[in-house]
Write a protein that binds this ligand. Structure first.
Ligand SMILES: CC(C)(COP(=O)(O)OP(=O)(O)OC[C@H]1O[C@@H](n2cnc3c(N)ncnc32)[C@H](O)[C@@H]1OP(=O)(O)O)[C@@H](O)C(=O)NCCC(=O)NCCS
Length: 159
């Protein structure tokens, strides 16, 4: 079984793989342009195992001493094996060491990742109503609806 070993900066060479995982993992995936923007901002990372196989990725935006988690994904075939947990813990340590004070994120209210975030010290700060596009079955038909976002944050410093 592959296990997380390290994260490294995402590069242009990763984009085909990242886009294929993005399309498998999300109903509303980011476009190539979204990842190119993340690369320009220099805050995109790929998680790898000891053999340098890619397992997942994360993209961030920083504002002053805040770091916003914009995209966090583990390849579907590698999910539920503890990779997301150790990768996000490593990134929390990385940004803490770089003197960022707080990590912020938005997550769909239906996403099981909320439990993972809470176990890593994130607290719920509020709701952004109708923030995401979503699919729902209504009268047997798949229709596009809106879904609320849960705002979460985690202090990176305890002092
Ligand atoms: C969210 C995500 C990155 C977590 O990565 P992961 O490697 O699967 O997570 P881990 O195995 O380290 O941790 C799993 C914990 O997260 C929660 N969790 C994650 N996915 C879950 C699921 N599908 N069902 C139930 N719990 C889930 C559980 O608390 C779980 O702990 P447990 O296995 O002890 O029950 C991954 O599931 C993913 O890429 N999902 C699709 C993209 C996404 O929604 N990203 C988050 C956007 S905010």
């Amino acid at each position: 079984m592959k296990g997380y070993d390290f994260f490294r900066p995402m590069t242009e060479l990763d984009l085909d793989w990242v886009l294929s995982i993005e399309q498998q993992a999300y109903d509303f995936p980011w476009s190539r342009r979204g990842f190119e923007q993340a690369l320009d901002d220099g805050l995109a990372y790929v998680f790898c195992d000891a053999q340098q196989h890619k397992l997942g990725y994360a993209c961030f935006l920083t504002v002053l001493d805040e770091v916003h988690l914009l995209n966090f994904c583990v390849a579907p075939k590698c999910q539920r094996q503890g990779i997301g947990r150790v990768a996000l813990q490593a990134l929390q340590k990385h940004f803490c060491a770089a003197n960022y004070q707080i990590m912020l994120l938005e997550v769909r209210v239906s996403n099981a990742a909320i439990g993972l975030y809470e176990s890593l010290g994130f607290v719920q700060n509020g709701i952004r109503p109708n923030y995401y596009a979503a699919w729902d079955y209504q009268d047997g038909e798949l229709v596009k609806v809106r879904e609320d976002a849960l705002l979460m944050s985690c202090a990176l410093k305890t002092d």
